[in-house]
Design a protein around this ligand. Structure first.
Ligand SMILES: Nc1ncnc2c1ncn2[C@@H]1O[C@H](COP(=O)(O)OP(=O)(O)OP(=O)(O)O)[C@@H](O)[C@H]1O
Ligand SMILES: [Mg+2]
Length: 367
């Protein structure tokens, strides 16, 4: 299969004057067989990046290599890439069989090879009983599998997928997610997968690339991205509910302090922050690293007190929003069985080993 290297890729759309380039200085080295997810808010440049790799958009600047071959000037066909889109893009007047066979027919493969390849692919996707039907005669999930079949039948070097599951209902999406993971395991094709959905990115990808406004914010494994977000954007984008951010100052390299709290920080962290002469910071803590109890215990070096604002029951979890007055609000993730109500005074305890600190000017993580 293939290694894909993207070097300093830029894209400015012609006519889009006085706007920042859609993609800015995109750098990524994707290993052979790797599954990479591109994620970020709407308009951040995910599809543009994918389309440049496919050859459907030209790069304004930068280089695209597939297996050490510079492909900038190769037509999409010659890049040996398959792309799956959100809206299937199947031919309605062709049967599912013919839809899957399409690329092979265009490539003038022999008839028995086409027959063989289409059937093998369809079996893999469990749609072999649907080959005689037309796309309109099967369900959305099955249609998406036909589209996947059309992409994999050619044995491409690279798969590009642009939100392939976003048209499916929640249940079908989960099922197809597992199928794509399995498919990736059996085909070992280098895959670049664009999604809005952080669960898809976290569960499917070897590495995640988070973009915002055309710029890569962080590249890392799902664990790295979740536990060590590079900046407040990533911490706020990944995780549901997102990371809590609290403004404060570091006092004597020992205490994270503001009007509501004075939390003792681990010694090593404190030493690092002091070395860097850090004073004002944004503290970041995930909702599951906070614990609450009813009532206001005496203030300690790892607790603070607030008032319950809203609680949301989400299946097995309850998200409790705690109002800290001038300090803002934090969200605490608790079990569904907890019985906190609006107006309750509560004590929140923080797991200080998991507290992260960000630079308030740049948003970048300091520790
Ligand atoms: N053909 C085009 N001409 C001009 N501007 C474009 C064109 N296509 C996209 N853009 C702009 O480029 C930026 C990136 O768009 P892109 O489609 O890559 O975003 P995206 O991350 O895929 O978003 P979404 O999640 O909504 O699909 C956006 O600001 C968009 O308006
Ligand atoms: Mg898009």
């Amino acid at each position: 299969m293939a290694r894909v290297v993207l070097k300093n890729l830029w894209k400015s759309y012609p006519g889009a004057k006085n706007v920042a380039p859609a993609v800015q200085d995109f750098q990524l080295d994707i290993a052979d067989r790797e599954f990479v997810a591109l994620i970020g808010p709407s308009g951040c440049g995910k599809s543009t990046t994918l389309r440049m790799i496919a050859g459907l958009e030209s790069a304004t600047q930068g280089e695209i290599y597939i297996d050490d071959q510079l492909v900038n000037d190769l037509s999409p066909k010659k890049r040996n890439i398959s792309m799956v889109f959100q809206n299937y893009a199947l031919y309605p007047s062709l049967s599912n069989f013919e839809n899957i066979a399409f690329a092979l027919r265009v490539g003038r493969a022999q008839k028995y090879i086409i027959e063989e390849s289409v059937k093998r692919t369809a079996r893999k996707l469990e749609i072999d009983h649907l080959l005689d039907r037309y796309p309109r005669e099967v369900s959305g999930g099955q249609r998406q599998r036909v589209a996947l079949g059309r992409a994999i039948v050619r044995d491409p070097r690279v798969f590009l997928m642009d939100e392939p599951l976003s048209n499916l209902d929640a249940k079908m999406r989960v099922q197809m997610r597992l199928e794509i993971i399995k498919l990736h395991r059996s085909l070992h094709a280098t895959t670049i997968y664009v999604t809005h959905d952080q669960i898809e990115a976290m569960t499917m990808a070897d590495r995640i690339v988070i973009m915002n406004k055309g710029v890569i914010q962080q590249v890392g494994t799902p664990e790295e991205i979740y536990n060590y977000p590079a900046n407040t954007f990533v911490g706020g984008f990944i995780g549901n509910p997102p990371m809590n951010f609290i403004n404060g100052t570091i006092e004597h390299g020992r205490v994270f302090s503001n009007k509501t709290m004075g939390l003792q920080i681990p010694r090593e962290t404190g030493e690092r922050l002091q070395e860097q002469n850090v004073h004002s910071v944004i503290g970041g803590i995930r909702p599951e690293q906070l614990y609450i109890e009813m009532g206001s215990s005496p203030v300690s070096d790892h607790t603070f007190v607030g008032t319950v604002d809203v609680t949301e029951l989400i299946g097995a979890d309850r998200h409790v929003h705690v109002d800290l007055g001038k300090t803002g609000t934090v969200v605490v993730r608790t079990g569904a069985e907890t019985r906190f109500r609006e107006g309750d005074t509560v004590t929140v305890k923080a797991n200080m080993d998991k507290f992260l600190f960000f630079d308030p000017n740049t948003g970048c993580r300091i520790h």
